[in-house]
Design a protein around this ligand. Structure first.
Ligand SMILES: *Cc1c(COP(=O)(O)O)cnc(C)c1O
Length: 372
């Protein structure tokens, strides 16, 4: 039996009639940039996230960069980021001309360690940028109080956390803004690129909209040298359809996660930790194994597809050699990269497939030859 990591076609064939109707609606409307589908999605997504405003943009990286620019981040500034995130979080900072300052994670939740943030703050720091990695909220309250003390903005990277709750409230407006990606493989995915920012701050929302629309609020009047970064109406119409199913898909992911947490019995595997205040949406189910490559090869030989998120931390990428962060500077991010493995947690997996992953990941099924 082949167990895929993620089947992107499954939600399309599941909702084919509704998605085809949404696409047809846009094609017939003549609104191919902006217009009612984008505006309706912005209203519906803001409401889903318990935020006052949502602004659609072209992708998640742009959402991060435009939000940072709306917060005034520019050359010479510093932004605090996790050491173990996807490189987009760092690139957004670099694209503003600012410097990403990495802070190590808590091992267990894999989110930024709030107790290490103050040590990274100086007079150049402008923003703290926590990532809700793998769909689990970062510990926002201590981050928000540090930001208040030092008068910093908090921008959350929500690209993996659509629908996740921190202390009972959905991610969307705890900090000053949240950047979202609708890359197809995310919990809420478009059928192409897409992104958004949610915020309760009208000034930030307006500024992002202006920056993403050629620096213009009135046609042919340009206040700043802006960009072209807009959410496509076809994607907005598809996202409006899929948003109605997001909670259902997230519930299925949670159900699979509970089966994994309760069912996988293997002392060599370290399972993810969920604090009492956290309601994660399990974008990824990440385990750790000291012989990760052997464990991955073993599962692959049995037909189970797994991935590594991410094999090389940003500071060790060639792209970031200029920051001179040598190997050993962020040892937790480095050891994670060597040990982590993402098990399949696609909502369209069957219970039989989940049972197979549990069986194969459990101690009895792995001989010392196969995974040591
Ligand atoms: C996917 C992702 C992004 C970037 O989103 P794109 O839409 O691909 O630009 C940013 N941050 C994190 C943590 C992500 O997982």
């Amino acid at each position: 039996m082949m167990i895929p990591f993620l089947n992107l076609k499954a939600p399309y064939f599941d909702l084919k009639r509704e998605i085809d109707d949404a696409v047809d609606r846009v094609l017939r409307s003549g609104w191919y940039i902006g217009g009612p589908e984008v505006e309706s999605f912005e209203v519906e997504y803001a409401s889903y996230c318990n935020a006052k405003y949502a602004v659609g943009v072209a992708n998640g990286l742009d959402a991060l960069r435009l939000a940072l620019q709306a917060m005034g981040v520019g050359p010479g500034d510093e932004v605090i980021v996790p050491s173990n995130t996807y490189i987009a979080t760092w690139l957004a900072v670099s694209q503003c001309g600012a410097i990403p300052i990495a802070v190590e994670p808590i091992i267990g939740t894999y989110n930024i360690d709030p107790t290490l943030i103050e040590g990274a703050i100086n007079s150049r720091t402008k923003v703290i940028l926590p990532v809700h990695l793998y769909g689990q909220p970062a510990d926002l309250d201590p981050i928000l109080s540090i930001a208040k003390k030092y008068e910093l903005y908090v921008l959350e990277d929500g690209a993996q956390a659509h629908g996740a709750k921190y202390k009972g409230r959905r991610i969307g407006a705890h900090g000053d803004a949240v950047a979202w990606s609708f890359y197809p493989g995310k919990n809420l995915g478009a059928m192409g690129d897409g992104g958004a920012i949610t915020t309760n701050n009208l000034e930030i929302a307006k500024k992002i909209k202006m920056l993403g629309n050629y620096g213009s609020t009135h046609k042919y009047i340009h206040e700043v040298k802006g960009f072209n970064s807009r959410l496509d109406p076809l994607q907005a119409a598809i996202l409006r359809t899929k948003l109605k199913y997001l909670d259902l898909w997230n519930d299925r992911r949670k159900n699979i996660a509970i089966q994994y947490l309760n069912g996988i019995k293997n002392p060599a595997l370290i399972l993810p930790v969920v604090p009492a205040w956290s309601d994660p949406v399990w974008h990824l189910f990440v385990v750790r194994h000291s012989s990760r490559n052997n464990f991955q090869d073993y599962l692959s030989g049995q037909g189970v597809s797994t991935l590594i998120h991410y094999p090389i931390p940003p500071h060790l990428q060639s792209a970031y050699l200029d920051l001179n962060n040598p190997r050993g500077r962020f040892p937790l991010a480095e050891s994670m990269a060597d040990e982590i493995l993402s098990l399949p947690i696609d909502p369209y997996l069957t219970d039989a497939q989940i049972g197979t992953v549990i069986h194969l990941s459990s101690e009895g099924s792995i001989t010392s030859n196969e995974a040591s």
